[in-house]
Design a binder for this molecule. Structure first.
Ligand SMILES: Nc1nc2c(c(=O)[nH]1)N[C@H]1C(S)=C(S)[C@@H](COP(=O)(O)O)O[C@H]1N2
Ligand SMILES: [Mo]
Length: 197
């Protein structure tokens, strides 16, 4: 449990990125209504791969790399929710089961509500990128992206994808929903990259 907790950041103050304020509640923010979860859901991985793959949730849950990890969650609008415990699998462990082509450099995450967000593949391979199905030991509530979402601690929250449906590998850079609407492509919380310049 909590194995990725940063020992250098015992103080909550040190863990708050510039311009962020800690809040107690955990707001749910989305561009539209909560989508229906399809009973035949499979996570599809496609694009710059030698062979497309689909994983059911029960297949993913059985993988030996499943873990619970404590993360802080930083919204670009200025609030941070500290110490959320997510259970899931690291992106890198799942993508390790896919034959990705050498030319793949970018990732576009797709969601059931039509939301998308992009990250460099290099960033996705870091330890804080999780595909999660539990929050604080319970099924993730629908408004927070249940049953399956991603979390990305080092980036503002719009880089995380609620109601995850597909992972697209790309050669070229392609912007997601908010990245096309003025939010920063890099979204680095410590550099305070909130908006595209
Ligand atoms: N599928 C999907 N994922 C999404 C969004 C969305 O509208 N749809 N909004 C993003 C934004 S802007 C934020 S701030 C976070 C909010 O996550 P939360 O509702 O769990 O707090 O989800 C992100 N992921
Ligand atoms: Mo947001």
């Amino acid at each position: 449990m909590s194995e990725n907790f940063n020992p250098n950041s015992d103080s909550k103050k040190d863990r708050l990125p510039p311009g962020q304020k800690e809040i107690e509640e955990f707001p749910a923010l989305s561009k539209g209504p909560v989508p229906q979860w399809p009973e035949d859901w499979k996570l599809q991985i496609f694009g710059t791969v030698k062979e497309e793959k689909r994983f059911t949730l029960s297949e993913i849950k059985k993988m030996p790399e499943v873990l619970t990890q404590r993360q802080d969650f930083h919204c670009v609008e200025g609030w941070s929710k500290l110490n959320l415990e997510w259970t899931g699998i690291r992106f890198k462990d799942l993508i390790g089961r896919v034959d990705v082509e050498k030319e793949a450099e970018h990732v576009l995450f797709h969601a059931l509500d039509g939301y998308t967000t992009n990250l460099p593949l290099e960033v996705c391979l870091q330890d804080d990128i999780l595909i999660a199905w539990k929050l604080n030991g319970e099924q993730i509530p629908p408004q927070h992206g249940g049953r399956v979402r991603t979390v990305v601690e080092s980036k503002y929250a719009y880089k995380s994808t609620k109601w995850l449906s597909e992972i697209e590998l790309l050669k070229e850079h392609k912007r997601g929903y908010w990245e096309r609407r003025g939010y920063s492509d890099s979204a680095d919380i410590w550099e305070e990259n909130r908006f595209n310049k």
